[in-house]
Design a protein around this ligand. Structure first.
Ligand code: FMN
Length: 171
């Protein structure tokens, strides 16, 4: 028997708890005002041209800024940056979110997190609205990465980091 909408929603939410994602902070800027938001719904899109996409809820305070065409930066958080994710998804809003963390400027005047695992500075090229969210696509115009790979990971509703490798049993 086909699942009804409620069952699909319940199972989809449960299933997505297994979709481990690196946590990022998306930053943008308009009229001198900086915005930052924790997110996991981001993806690489293409290497030709180098491009990425972000999925932002229409209710998020940065949505109108991005909808107006603002460029953005995707900052992959370090495992020690849980407090930055919390600050960028909580009650503190607007510029006050930048009181935590070390922020640098970029060639297109969008803030980036100086000690992020990686930062991708994107010039916005396209947007698509679907249901509750909009997808914003950007061409990567600057990219930075740290020497050690240790990203903050969100899975099963909690923060963690990447653990030891799985080693195949010797036959
Ligand atoms: C780990 C984590 C991942 C999130 N991922 C997304 C996301 O991909 N897209 C989104 O729109 N909001 C996401 N959120 C929610 C926003 O960070 C949160 O709603 C934030 O407060 C933005 O709204 P505001 O700026 O109006 O407060 C996420 C939050 C957390 C803690």
């Amino acid at each position: 028997m086909a699942q009804d909408n409620e069952a699909i929603s319940t199972q989809m939410r449960a299933g997505l708890r297994r979709l481990a994602k690196a946590v990022v902070v998306i930053t943008t800027k308009k009229d001198g005002q900086r915005h930052a938001m924790a997110a996991t719904a981001v993806s690489e899109l293409s290497m030709d041209p180098p491009s990425m996409l972000i999925c932002v809820n229409k209710t998020a305070s940065m949505h109108p800024v991005l909808a107006s065409g603002a460029d953005f930066c995707i900052n992959i958080l370090d495992a020690d940056h849980m407090h930055i994710s919390a600050a960028c998804s909580g009650k503190v809003k607007g510029e006050a979110r930048f009181e935590i963390g070390s922020w640098a400027d970029t060639s297109i005047d969008i803030p980036r997190l100086d000690d992020a695992q990686a930062s991708f500075v994107c010039r916005q090229t396209q947007q698509i609205t679907y249901g509750s969210h909009s997808i914003f696509i950007g061409d990567v115009v600057e990219a930075f990465s740290s020497p050690v790979v240790d990203p903050l990971v969100y899975v099963d509703g909690r923060y963690t980091r990447v653990g030891p490798d799985i080693v195949a049993d010797a036959a």
